[in-house]
Ligand binder design. Structure first.
Ligand code: ACO
Length: 323
């Protein structure tokens, strides 16, 4: 039996940091409101010339280096993003070109904040069935491009960044199980709205769509859904929360993360929290958090990790992984 193991992680954040105090100069908000409601203190914002594939490239190279692999060894490349450089070619093809990979399949996955978990699930199927042996999975976003910088209810939340993992075939797990879900009937609670040219266009660095969210309604559904999801994930694999070493959640809001940790009976010391420094980087947030905890030595080989995410669609998903 083939299993998929994570053999390397990497991440990249653009240089420019935007603090809550910087946002106080743009919209009617306060550092205190943002910290207490979300846990966010700062976020990284890419300059206009840096696209999603430019963020993905250094993250991918760092993951490959950590795995001891070169780009030519990758036989499948998946990029999870909701902010592709262009409608086409896919960001995965643009990244493939930057990495100098020619021939193996490359495609994007669009599941908003759950995108990385979706991509991990797809990569896992490819490796289990023997269709691939070395898969590069990247979550990368330039959300600053689709944020409405006049809307204080959303612009304080979202940010830019990229994270990546290399998955390789092995005879022991690895990825124990993945669980992915969607319910499109909630599309209106978290969406992008197309604007006519000439309205708020000058506020956008690029593109024509803004994020719009009914935050408190999303909040309640996210807490309940993630609570059920973590139960489903553990029971399907025959594990209990006591077996977990780390929770690596999507970094949308520290109160949602706390609620999931409480549901699992886990101490916050076992939760990888980066939302304070990274904000919500959508598909990039889980691999960014994972790489942070791997590189600072918290996550070690053999640890049992639960990753989970919830986002626009709605989509939600989890991955139980032996690191
Ligand atoms: N600064 C100051 N006040 C604000 C701000 C701000 N930035 N934003 C909203 N407020 C005000 C509101 O106008 C409202 O004022 P009112 O009471 O006078 O009407 C008050 O604060 C409370 O607003 P709520 O929306 O009820 O605040 P809430 O406590 O729910 O926090 C938040 C908002 C942080 C957005 C929270 O609801 C949340 O995190 N939701 C879930 C986000 C999420 O998980 N999304 C899914 C992933 S993202 C993706 O898929 C792209």
């Amino acid at each position: 039996m083939n299993y998929a193991r994570i053999t390397g992680t990497g991440s990249y954040l653009p240089e420019q940091i935007m603090t809550n105090h910087d946002l106080e100069k743009i919209v009617d908000t306060s550092d205190e409101w943002i910290r207490s409601r979300t846990g966010i203190e700062q976020r990284h914002i890419a300059p206009s010339e840096q696209n999603t594939s430019d963020l993905a490239e250094p993250a991918a190279r760092r993951a490959l280096q950590a795995a001891g692999r070169v780009p030519e060894e990758v036989d499948l490349l998946i990029v999870a993003t909701t902010t592709p450089d262009r409608t086409f070619p896919s960001t995965a093809c643009l990244l493939q070109q930057k990495l100098g990979i020619h021939g193996p399949p490359a495609f994007d996955i669009q599941a908003v904040c759950s995108g990385f978990v979706y991509a991990l699930s797809v990569a896992d199927q490819y490796i289990k069935t023997g269709m691939a042996r070395c898969v590069l999975v990247v979550g990368a976003e330039k959300l600053s491009r689709i944020v409405n910088w006049k809307d204080r209810t959303t612009c304080v939340l979202f940010a830019d960044g990229a994270g990546a993992v290399v998955l390789e075939a092995d005879n022991k797990p690895g990825i124990i199980s993945t669980h992915i879900h969607a319910d499109g009937s909630y599309e209106s609670l978290l969406t992008t709205v197309e604007r006519q040219p000439g309205t708020d266009q000058e506020r956008l660095a690029d593109g024509t769509a803004f994020i719009e969210m009914k935050g408190n309604e999303v909040f309640k559904i996210a807490v309940n859904t993630l609570g059920s999801l973590v139960d489903q994930t553990l029971s399907a694999a025959g594990y209990s929360a006591d077996d977990l070493d780390w929770l690596v959640p999507h970094q949308a809001n520290h109160r949602i993360i706390q609620a999931t940790a409480r549901k699992l009976g886990m101490s916050l010391d076992q939760v990888v929290l980066t939302v304070n420094r990274h904000g919500n980087t959508s598909a990039a947030s889980v691999p960014l958090a994972l790489d942070t905890a791997v590189r600072d030595g918290r996550i070690k080989s053999g640890d049992l990790i639960l990753m989970e995410a919830f986002g626009g669609g709605f989509t939600w998903g989890s991955a139980l992984v032996r690191f």
